[in-house]
Design a protein around this ligand. Structure first.
Ligand code: NAD
Length: 318
């Protein structure tokens, strides 16, 4: 039987609708949460990501602005610009779009963002709060995945979760959130031995490695929940023919467009998994929805208001 599809598009829409109400209430009380997106240089993918984030702010009537220094900017100058954003009261949230051009000292720049405005949750203060399971801004993609699991009533407590990928942005923080939600968590990476065997122990398997269709049906315990974080573009018709051999509609779409987005999970996994996030339309839309949630949360916290509890903020682990 084919897996139940966990639509991030739908869940993202739900989250944004709920947030719309919250934002209107804040506005009536004279508060318009504001996000500043810092986009250094002209990386085309980053431009698209930032455009989508700004558009999401506009749709929800949040204040937003784009700061677009040239790729040649020196670290010191960028630090000065971040400092200005930190000091501006109408800016509640600052995101620095990654990757930064290589001469820029990215860790120093991320450290310079005021932790109270660090809407991506990358500052060491927020990372520390995550490790200690204390309330703080959580990285958007992992927080979105937790929200997706919660809203689809997928049990986490007592389950075995395997996270493939240990990046600071996805794998590591997600593993911690799953741990705080009382899963038994294994983190895998490029040096893990017998990856398919470890993956098959998972009730919840997360693929966040950036390797197109790497996770094949042999990685999956039948009935497992599979979360596909990867976003990979394929353009080789030979690769598409193989991947979509059992998915004629996707092959047809590939032929029309000349490319397709695939996750880290092989399309055939849909036949083995119990539940699966699609790519596109899975984790991606949740990331932006959670960025909006975090922007509102930052605005509330900075004004000493309470923040509704969400799945990223679990009760103390025992
Ligand atoms: P990354 O490159 O920083 O980290 C990849 C991780 O995967 C590393 O920890 C590495 O050890 C592991 N890995 C790589 N090859 C492996 C292998 N063969 N076996 C086992 N582990 C392996 O990537 P990232 O920033 O975490 O992103 C991962 C993927 O998720 C990318 O495709 C990225 O585009 C996507 N992504 C999607 C969203 C979203 O909103 N949907 C957000 C962030 C990242």
């Amino acid at each position: 039987m084919a897996a139940r599809i966990l639509s991030g598009t739908e869940t993202g829409k739900q989250i944004r609708e709920e947030l719309r109400q919250e934002i209107q209430e804040l506005k009536r009380a004279g508060v318009t949460p504001g996000l500043a997106a810092v986009l250094v240089g002209d990386n085309p993918a980053s431009q698209i990501y930032v455009r989508n984030k700004i558009r999401a702010c506009e749709e929800l009537e949040l204040y937003s602005e784009r700061i677009t220094p040239p790729a040649s900017i020196r670290t010191e100058e960028l630090l000065e610009q971040i400092g200005q954003l930190n000091r501006r009261p109408e800016i509640d949230a600052i995101l620095v779009q990654l990757p930064l051009p290589s001469p820029v000292d990215a860790p120093r720049v991320l450290m310079a963002v005021d932790p109270a405005k660090d809407v991506d949750g990358f500052h060491p203060v927020n990372v520390g709060a995550l490790v200690a399971n204390r309330p703080a801004l959580r990285p958007c993609t992992p927080a979105g995945i937790m929200e997706l699991l919660r809203r689809h009533e997928i049990e986490i407590k007592g389950r075995r979760a395997v996270v493939i990928g240990r990046s600071d942005i996805v794998g590591k923080p997600l593993a911690l959130l799953l741990l705080h939600a009382h899963a038994t968590v294994t983190i895998c990476h490029s040096h893990t031995q017998d990856l398919p065997g470890v993956a098959r122990s998972a009730d919840i398997l997360v693929a966040a490695m950036g390797r197109a269709a790497f996770v094949t049906p042999e990685f999956i315990r039948p009935g497992a929940t599979v979360i596909d974080v990867g976003i990979n573009r394929i353009e080789d018709p030979g690769v598409a023919e193989k991947l979509f051999a059992r998915h004629p509609q996707r092959l047809e779409a590939f032929r029309r467009k000349g490319s397709a987005l695939v996750g880290d999970v092989h399309p055939d996994v849909v036949e083995v998994a119990g539940a699966l996030t699609p790519v596109p339309g899975g984790v991606g839309p949740l990331t932006i929805a959670m960025l909006m949630v975090n922007t509102v949360e930052a605005a509330r916290r900075r004004r000493g208001q309470s923040v509704p509890s969400r799945s990223g903020q679990m009760a103390a682990a025992r």
